[in-house]
Design a protein around this ligand. Structure first.
Ligand SMILES: [Zn+2]
Length: 190
């Protein structure tokens, strides 16, 4: 049986959106825009399809290392779920292993998988911390996200710059002020 490729409904919706905005979707500069916007939106939300367990598969190692592991300044780009406008910044991730570590390249990929969704910064922060905690069962996890939100910066009278900072501390990072202080010191050090 011949498989019929399902029709992508999104370009037609973007074309309608352009018309609603008072644009002429048939003019030269906009002719390819519906297809481009559709591709961009699919790419920027493809994290919904990432299987987090599969992402960690083969990259978690038993190891007798019990010092704090920190990955600093991981850049990310996301879309806020309220306006579908970008928010973006950097993410600091730390954990205190309890016999298991993860390949370092997986942590930025984890951040990317959660960022490429319609998101809230608080939720993004919590999801990264929780996923790492689930995968490694470490003594603790700390995640700090700093981001600029274009929905705040570009719109109306609320042209407030500045960064929004969120954090999620689990296990010893939450309970023990010294662990937290060590994490903050490690991400501050340059
Ligand atoms: Zn927003």
């Amino acid at each position: 049986m011949a498989r019929v490729k399902p029709v992508d409904a999104m370009p037609a919706l973007v074309e309608r959106l352009l018309a609603e905005l008072g644009e002429d979707p048939s003019r030269e500069g906009l002719r390819a825009t519906p297809a481009r916007v559709s591709r961009a939106l699919r790419e920027l939300t493809d994290g919904h399809e990432t299987d987090i367990d599969a992402l960690f598969q083969g990259a978690v190692f038993e190891q007798d290392y019990d010092e704090m592991v920190v990955v600093r300044d991981i850049p990310f780009y996301s879309l806020c779920e309220h306006h579908m406008l970008p928010f973006f910044g950097t993410c600091q991730v730390g954990y205190l292993p309890k016999g298991r570590v993860v390949g370092l390249s997986k942590i930025p990929r984890l951040v990317g998988a959660f960022a490429h969704r319609l998101q809230l910064q608080e939720q993004l922060t919590n999801q990264i911390a929780q996923a790492l905690s689930d995968a490694l069962a470490p003594r603790g996890v700390g995640v700090i996200v700093e981001a600029r939100h274009l929905c705040m910066e570009m719109r109306g009278v609320q042209k407030t710059g500045g960064q929004m900072v969120t954090s999620c501390m689990l296990g010893t990072f939450r309970r023990d002020a010294r662990t937290r202080a060590e994490f903050l010191e490690l991400i501050r050090r340059r």
